[in-house]
Ligand binder design. Sequence first.
Ligand SMILES: Cc1cc2nc3c(=O)[nH]c(=O)nc-3n(C[C@H](O)[C@H](O)[C@H](O)COP(=O)(O)OP(=O)(O)OC[C@H]3O[C@@H](n4cnc5c(N)ncnc54)[C@H](O)[C@@H]3O)c2cc1C
Length: 228
Amino acid sequence: MATTMSSTDTFVIFFTLDRAKGSKGICAVVVERDAPGLEVGKNDEKMGLHGSTTAQLFFRDMRVPVANRIGDEGKGFATALKTLDIGRIGLAAHSVGAAQRLLEGSLEHAKARRQFGKSIAEAQAIQWMLADAATEIHAARLMTYDAAARADRGERVTQRAAMTKLFATEMLGRVADAAVQIHGGMGYMRELWIERAYRDARITRIYEGTSEMQRLVIARGLLEDSGA
Ligand SMILES: Cc1cc2nc3c(=O)[nH]c(=O)nc-3n(C[C@H](O)[C@H](O)[C@H](O)COP(=O)(O)OP(=O)(O)OC[C@H]3O[C@@H](n4cnc5c(N)ncnc54)[C@H](O)[C@@H]3O)c2cc1C
């Protein structure tokens, strides 16, 4: 069983031929939605990310031609890792864009919203939230450009992609939280887009590898580099 997007016609499926081989037993195959033995479950309900569908896949005596295999037998894990490096940089870029939009919306709201006779943008507490958001977005953007440029040059970016994904998605979480705070009660209401952005932001710390997995990859790289 696997969890995946259910509106697609083509799936990439990772499976093991031999559990005893660990990561060296994993293979990747491409399968069409109408392949005999493949069943796509109902769309799962999620906290957010409602613009994309997610469902479980079920496999019953499914046979896949060798021609559908991606890479050599047992190389599925290596393929997944290579894909993840690039996917993580992409997700960092997504996080920078989402955070930038939240900052712009928060700035606009802070200038327009008046309380106690002045705009809330004049309150230092609000200014600090905006300043922290702008600073973190800038840092995440530079990290993303750096990782993407290195990947384009063909460098191995596993560790940098993990750092960039970790920082950018955690940054988005903080910026989304501040955006709700700056919008006050309205930030919590369905009427505005802020609460949706807040829910959508949460998944970025989970998929393409959780924040804990990114830290593990980064720490492993540090230990390897130091000859441990
Ligand atoms: C909406 C959605 C879409 C998704 N899309 C895809 C997709 O397209 N393709 C795909 O392959 N996957 C996809 N996923 C799966 C996603 O990548 C996994 O949910 C994620 O990697 C976490 O794995 P898990 O759910 O098994 O959590 P678990 O592995 O059970 O982890 C639970 C918690 O324990 C922590 N943890 C686990 N092991 C350790 C450890 N050794 N050290 C420290 N902490 C640890 C985790 O970080 C996490 O906090 C999607 C998930 C969702 C919700």
